[in-house]
Design a protein around this ligand. Structure first.
Ligand code: IPM
Ligand code: MG
Length: 364
């Protein structure tokens, strides 16, 4: 029987609540499918680790992840530690260190979810945002000199390489090609950013030649926000730079009804390194420790992980269980206007998975 080695990195805030919920779903799934198993290893990295050791993860932390089949990540962020330290010390370190250059963010309006757009039917909004995940505005290049003096200078340098732009666009075209509508929108800002973004546009044109069956267009990032709101049905697969896609994916999640629902995959498409799967929502200190976080983002993340591991049937079964549960307003958490807690939703999803199992759940 195939055993998948999964690293669990709950991180901080509600990550510590939703990752165990995701693990529970995976356990029930493995038990009920009976065709594969999971071997979990938990890594307690993040804010508490930083308080003890001065770093968010050990120096050789990446080595501990390298032999895993996938990583399930919660969130990075701590009220007492600057955000740029928590981010660069953990999440970005893993994404860059394991060359997870494709950040993939699907958005749909799930059954039972009240989304804010008036004239948008659920089937009108079915997007996947592909975010460049290793360079661009998040390259980390730049610096500060003359700190504290009036002549202080600070720069954040956006770096785009031809190789980096080409591989992410190729990934996006391939993904668009695999979806029913075969449609890709390349987000740009080449009217104002006249070097890197012009190269980005040129590369899109070059890569497009290899995908004659994909219908593609170009949209400026500012106009893109309006199009997402006004004409959602004209979009399907979307590719954008690191920061542009960061912003657009929050808008996408909000238009689908809640930031608590969206999943993310940080993919190394060549599979040289493990890929990392995380809910989009972040650490949410305001509700941490209360047991009311929405675990649906993590469950959908688990679906992406199963797809990546090559278990599409299991992935579909978990997705169906999620949709069954979101369709019931009694099982909505606070972010969706409901009163259910994390455990209620988790239990309901697990029960649905077990109920639709190929064979009955083994009793413990
Ligand atoms: C995301 C988040 C992160 C990002 C934050 C936590 C720095 O917003 O995953 O989109 O900007 O990448
Ligand atoms: Mg973001």
């Amino acid at each position: 029987m195939k055993t998948y080695r999964i690293a669990l990195v709950p991180g901080d805030g509600i990550g510590k609540e939703v990752v165990p919920a995701g693990q529970q779903v995976l356990k029930v799934l493995a038990q009920s499918e009976g065709e594969f198993a999971f071997e979990f290893e938990n890594f307690e990295w993040g804010g508490d680790f930083y308080r003890h050791h001065g770093t968010m993860m050990p120096a050789d932390g990446l080595d501990a992840l390298r032999n895993k089949d996938a990583i399930l990540f919660g969130s990075a962020g701590d009220p007492d530690i600057p955000d740029h330290i928590t981010l660069w010390g953990l999440r970005l370190k893993i994404c860059q260190g394991l060359d997870q250059y494709a950040n993939v963010r699907p958005t749909r309006i799930l059954p039972g979810i009240d989304a804010p757009l008036k004239r948008c039917r659920a089937e009108d909004l079915d997007w996947v945002i592909v975010r460049e995940n290793t360079e661009g505005e998040y390259s980390g290049a730049g610096g500060r000199v003359h700190q504290g003096f009036p002549i202080e200078v600070a720069t954040d340098l956006s770096v785009m390489t031809r190789a980096g732009a080409e591989r992410i666009q190729r990934y996006a075209f391939r993904l668009a090609q695999s979806r029913p509508r075969r449609r890709l929108t390349v987000v740009t800002k080449s009217n104002a950013q006249r070097h890197a973004m012009v190269m980005w546009d040129e590369i899109a044109q070059e890569v497009a030649r290899d995908f004659p069956d994909v219908q593609w267009d170009k949209e400026m990032v500012d106009a893109m926000t309006a199009r997402m709101v006004n004409k959602p049905v004209t979009l399907d697969t979307i590719v954008a730079t690191n920061l542009h896609a960061d912003i657009l994916s929050d808008l996408a999640a909000a238009l689908a009804g809640s930031l608590g629902i969206g999943p993310t995959a940080n993919i190394n498409p060549e599979r040289k390194y493990p890929s990392m799967f995380e809910p989009i929502h972040g650490s949410a200190f305001d509700i941490m420790g209360k047991g009311i976080a929405n675990p649906v983002g993590t469950f959908w993340t688990v679906v992406m992980m199963l797809e990546h591991l090559g278990e599409p049937d299991a992935a579909r079964r978990v997705m169906r269980a999620i949709e069954h549960v979101t369709a019931n307003p009694k099982l909505h958490t606070r972010d969706l206007g409901g009163t259910a807690n994390t455990a209620d939703v988790t239990e309901a999803v697990c029960m649905e998975i077990a109920a639709t199992a190929k064979r009955p759940l083994a009793t413990a």
